[in-house]
Design a binder for this molecule. Sequence first.
Ligand SMILES: Cc1cc2nc3c(=O)[nH]c(=O)nc-3n(C[C@H](O)[C@H](O)[C@H](O)COP(=O)(O)OP(=O)(O)OC[C@H]3O[C@@H](n4cnc5c(N)ncnc54)[C@H](O)[C@@H]3O)c2cc1C
Length: 457
Amino acid sequence: MSNKKVDVAIVGAGLTGLTLAFYLEKAGKSVALIEKSDRVGGVINTIEEDGFVYEQGPNTGVIGSEGIVQLFDDLKGSCEHVTPNTESEERWILKGGKWVAIPNGLLKAIKTPLFSLKDKFRILGEPWRKKGTNPDESLADMVKRRMGQSYLDYAVDPFVSGIYAGDPIQLITRFAMPKLYRLEQDYGSFIKGAIKKKKEPKTALQKRVSREVFSAKGGLGKLIEGLENNISDEAFYCSSKNLSVQPQESGYNLQFSTFEEKKINIEADKVITTFGGEGLASVLPFIEKDWMKSLANTVYAKVVQVVVGYNKWNGRELKAFGGLVPSKENRDILGILFPSALFKSRCPEGGAVLSIFVGGMKKPKMIEKTEEEIKAIVMKEISDTLYCSDTPDLLRIHKYEKAIPQYDISTKDRLAAIDNIEQKYAGLYLAGNIKDGIGMADRVQQAWLLAKELTNN
Ligand SMILES: Cc1cc2nc3c(=O)[nH]c(=O)nc-3n(C[C@H](O)[C@H](O)[C@H](O)COP(=O)(O)OP(=O)(O)OC[C@H]3O[C@@H](n4cnc5c(N)ncnc54)[C@H](O)[C@@H]3O)c2cc1C
């Protein structure tokens, strides 16, 4: 049995847990970072294989929070932030089986075949449309009400597939798109709100928050490595098993075992968990059943990610970020990203790497398909939409039973349960993507703010 006392114990060493550990140690706190897997990074995982560098998990993030701007500053020298090749900025949406670029200017917006003429005129009236009154309105209803059906079908539906692998009918705007919700509630309109928000005073850090896409040189795994190398070795407890946390008179006791050591006992003033779902019940067995039920009820999208690599690419020119597929198109994939068009050195010269997403909330049964079936689906989509029927030199399939938590109506009970738990059990924090956003920028923002709160910085 080994014993240790730390200021903060963090459970889960994905992006949230690592960022927390990094900032807490930076502020002088002692930390234990307990991870059940034998590697850190959670769903972020960059793999180098046969001349290809590809992501298993997220491909890119957005510099969409102060936390992520700050983190790249603080990791300078340990990890190099990269932005996509400007030639590949276009984003495509499939319509009638053909890729159409999302318009990036007024003239293109008027001409685009993505939206109906009626809705193009209708959007001119958006600033004067009445404000919604239902706080639990779905994203689909809100978009239909303010912008029209074609914007839902050919902008928001594919966008939501790309972010949540979700269904806009199930997502609740105030949870899933809180910034959009606030634009309507605070300014009465998306358009008016966006213009007014641009003019509001900002701190130097806020001015650097943008919609710019990021990765790290060598892939997102280098961001994880950068964090890992700046956290003390003694903080890490990987391959943990049977973790159980118990409240004490003051602080918490954590017991678990690892590969090398039979039993480890840690006393911590504070405990932060960074994952969700059913797994929390065994880690926090003292939590009231009703509250735990609300946490276990979190709905996750099931996603299959397929990485396809070619030493020589003979298909359509890939000068774009990638393409998203609206549900209306009735196809078998959610979208295709072109990582090798975005970032240097991801494949042999003249080749390509594609990252394809299948399944999601609208097609959950896709995850049950065999690898051969998934391969056939993906190859047909590549042939139909990118005009390449060559046999790939690399094909990797990864299934995520719990890829992305859905901020649907069950979020209401989940957030209430988290508030109740944190109020009743001082020093216990439930973090991770079960609240505050699912994107990498959201994850870092949550961790950065929580570390500040715990260190009075
Ligand atoms: C396929 C996919 C594609 C994505 N694409 C994008 C994208 O393009 N852009 C973007 O911004 N975001 C994307 N995301 C979302 C984003 O990657 C995640 O929200 C984020 O990385 C989650 O980080 P996290 O640390 O909160 O959770 P995780 O990465 O899930 O880490 C949680 C950690 O907790 C550990 N853990 C769980 N239970 C226990 C336990 N009992 N004891 C100890 N440890 C435990 C897990 O092993 C894991 O390492 C994507 C996610 C997926 C799955």
